[in-house]
Design a protein around this ligand. Structure first.
Ligand SMILES: [Zn+2]
Ligand SMILES: [Zn+2]
Ligand SMILES: [Zn+2]
Length: 127
């Protein structure tokens, strides 16, 4: 027999690192942002379908949205090439290229729906 231990994390209200240390068996990814929840929703975008995080080319880190990024860093969000991995599903941790993400309406791995309105901001995130 083996024991299963469930630990509750008490997380700071913003800009936290998730999962990795306490839950090594879960996929390792972190989404930085303000008031981010377990799927990468933030204080700016927080409906059921707002689960995509985007990578800043300069930081090489995933942020819940560019508003979070621009608040937490000292530079404007730098877009990532559409052919590079730059989008992260906050539901399952799948990384996608901009090209792959922009042609999907749901995550190819976990099937979680994406917010179609995010595509309106694609010039901020991809180049
Ligand atoms: Zn950055
Ligand atoms: Zn945000
Ligand atoms: Zn997914």
């Amino acid at each position: 027999m083996y024991q299963v231990t469930v630990r509750r994390l008490s997380l700071p209200p913003w800009s936290h690192w998730r999962y990795g240390a306490a839950f090594p068996n879960l996929p390792m990814f972190n989404i930085l942002g303000i008031g981010t929840d377990a799927a990468g929703r933030c204080t700016h975008w927080h409906t059921e379908v707002d689960i995509i995080a985007n990578k800043c080319q300069q930081c090489q880190a995933y942020y819940a949205c560019y508003l979070c990024h621009n608040t937490l860093t000292t530079h404007e969000f730098v877009p990532v090439a559409k052919t590079a991995l730059g989008a992260l599903c906050g539901s399952c941790g799948l990384e996608m290229t901009g090209n792959a993400y922009l042609t999907q309406t749901a995550c190819p791995r976990c099937q979680h729906a994406f917010n179609p309105q995010c595509h309106l901001h694609q010039q901020i995130y991809f180049c």
